[in-house]
Design a protein around this ligand. Structure first.
Ligand SMILES: Cc1cc2nc3c(=O)[nH]c(=O)nc-3n(C[C@H](O)[C@H](O)[C@H](O)COP(=O)(O)OP(=O)(O)OC[C@H]3O[C@@H](n4cnc5c(N)ncnc54)[C@H](O)[C@@H]3O)c2cc1C
Length: 545
């Protein structure tokens, strides 16, 4: 019996040995995985770097941090009681509300007693003799576990820019991911924001409301679209609650587990007027509709992509008063939707404020951070606060920061140096008894919808193994190669593969992340589930012993 047997044997061999399963990470994925493994009666320990639950929603406290997912599609679906009890306050909840929600979940299901906070895992080494993993924390404490389950997040390894002098700045420096707990005040302050991705867009919009003077350093402008957030009244919440079964059913059917389903029509199948009216409607509706609910060909057909890009560019020109600034804010090196679309609430209007300046660092690169501010090739600026909205070493970054070693001491980072190789984004050959919830090459999308599925799949596999006395679970090399090939094939023809972004594994601030790779499965979640269901039929593609 996996886990339980192993724990018993480990206890004999080593009195300090420990768990049936260790989960790394106490975000949306880790919390749910813990809940499910407890149901199997396993002894589980979650190790979490932070001092609280929530992952993304624990760390990212920057001003303006909020969902692009509709809140009521993002909450867990596994507990009717939870659905009945939790009222969302906004259609797109801000970070504080989501953090409150995840704390509520942790309390309701009494999850905290198995979570060890302030515990960063620095290494995990497989031991073939024990069929177990040694897990080592930053402070040197060691544990052993039959199963190692990673729930480390796809956007959790924050990166600072590689600009000389960062440590010399004498004002306040904040990375959006490591935002301080106490409120940062911007009134009367000279503030710089470096980075204009989804996080930068949210931060800039919020900071601009109270700042003395704001300078935005932009390398790549984004195709932002309006969020159209609103409060949820009691009556509306009642209606949403009554509709939960249909909402989750719809999320199951769509490509990215959002409520927005791709329009079956192609861009050129309708007249110019119909197209314009459709896009106008999408632009004026809440959420990702303009990205996920658009014509079926906008992300594959260059001409279709150009037309929707032109439409959004017109919107930017209408909203930004100074035509020269509008042009700087319109992306020129990628089409609409080929990078993650940031949703915004008044972002473009920020640049109409007289106390906001936009600096294009492709024209005047930042040369260094100085003790008093930022020096570009053209000028030197003084600031009280520098905000780094410079994002993440996405998808594989959190794995790379742990020294994970499988059979014969092979390093996972080394194995993935030319791109991830997994079986269903869940298992890796050569790394037995390691299971990834939302690993690279898994079906991504509206996160908890995909994470619940992933954790359920992992749980079912563990139950299967336990019921058959299996103590070693591993992907085969052939299975992993076939899945990796399928993932690569599924992205062929998609325009996003031609663009540098975290979705193609590019991060200029991280060594070895300068070559585009396929980092996520692009076949859509329904197809992902089909493959997972097929693989779960007897788990014949796995090596079980
Ligand atoms: C600003 C922002 C906005 C987002 N908005 C949306 C949205 O609207 N919709 C959506 O679907 N998704 C969104 N996402 C993606 C978001 O990451 C997921 O929705 C979800 O929260 C991920 O959950 P997770 O548990 O898999 O990972 P995370 O929430 O990232 O949690 C992983 C946890 O693992 C911990 N960890 C990592 N490595 C170690 C280690 N070595 N030792 C110990 N602990 C470790 C981390 O501290 C972290 O707490 C957003 C992400 C960001 C950054």
């Amino acid at each position: 019996m996996i886990g339980l047997q192993m724990a018993a044997r480990n206890v004999e061999a080593d009195p300090a040995a420990d768990f049936d399963a260790v989960i790394i990470g106490a975000g949306v994925s880790g919390l749910y995985q813990l809940y499910r493994l407890r149901q199997l009666g396993l002894r589980v320990r979650v190790f979490e770097t932070g001092s609280g639950v929530g992952g993304t929603w624990y760390w990212n406290r920057y001003p303006g941090a909020r969902f692009d997912s509709e809140s009521w599609t993002y909450g867990y679906s596994f507990s009717q009681e939870l659905l009945d009890e939790w009222d969302w306050e906004e259609h797109f909840a801000g970070q504080p509300e989501t953090e409150r929600y995840l704390n509520y979940v942790a309390d309701k299901f009494d999850l905290r007693r198995d979570i060890q906070f302030n515990s960063r895992v620095t290494a995990a080494h497989y031991r073939e003799d024990m069929r177990s993993w040694d897990v080592i924390l930053e402070d040197g404490r060691r544990y052993s576990t039959g199963l190692l389950i990673t729930a480390v997040g796809v956007l959790s390894a924050a990166t600072m820019p590689r600009i000389p002098g960062v440590e010399t700045f004498q004002g306040q420096s904040c990375h959006t991911h490591y935002w301080p707990n106490e409120r940062v005040r911007f009134e009367g302050k000279r503030v710089a924001v470096i980075g204009t991705g989804a996080t930068g867009v949210q931060t800039i919009t919020e900071v601009a409301k109270t700042v003395g003077h704001l300078t935005v350093f932009q390398r790549t402008p984004q195709w932002c679209a309006p969020l159209h957030n609103a409060k949820i009244g009691q009556e509306e919440m009642r209606r949403i609650r009554a509709n939960y079964p249909e909402i989750f059913e719809r999320c199951q059917q769509t490509y990215g587990c959002f409520i927005h389903a791709t329009d079956p029509r192609a861009t050129h199948e309708v007249t110019g007027e119909e197209r314009e009216a459709f896009w106008e409607k999408l632009y004026n509706e809440p959420g990702f509709g303009i990205w996920m609910g658009n014509f079926r060909d906008i992300l594959v057909d260059r001409e279709a992509n150009k037309l929707i890009s032109d439409f959004v560019a017109r919107k930017i020109r209408q909203r930004v008063k100074d035509p020269a600034i509008a042009e700087k804010l319109i992306p020129k090196n990628h089409g609409f939707g080929t990078r993650r679309v940031p949703l915004e609430s008044g972002y473009f209007e920020v640049y109409n404020q007289s106390n906001v300046k936009l600096i294009d660092i492709t024209e005047t690169p930042i040369e260094r951070i100085t003790p008093t501010g930022i020096k570009t090739s053209a000028a030197e600026y003084e600031f009280d606060i520098i905000i780094y909205a410079t994002g993440f070493d996405a998808i594989t970054g959190a794995f790379d920061r742990i020294d994970i070693r499988g059979v014969d001491g092979v390093s996972l980072k080394e194995k993935w140096k030319d791109g991830p190789q997994t079986f269903l984004g869940i298992l890796v050959d050569g790394f037995p008894n390691m299971l990834m919830v939302m690993g690279p090459h898994a079906g991504l999308g509206n996160f908890p919808r995909a994470a619940e599925y992933s954790a359920d799949w992992v749980t079912a596999l563990i139950r299967f193994a336990r019921d058959r006395g299996v103590t070693r679970i591993e992907a085969t090399a052939a299975g992993a190669a076939a899945w990796t090939d399928h993932v690569i094939a599924a992205s062929e023809g998609l325009l996003f593969t031609e663009v540098d972004s975290w979705m193609t594994g590019i991060n200029r601030n991280v060594e070895g992340k300068q070559v585009r790779r396929i980092m996520r499965y692009s076949g859509g979640h329904p197809k992902f589930r089909e493959r997972c269901e097929a693989a779960a039929d007897g788990y014949r593609e796995l090596s079980l012993a």
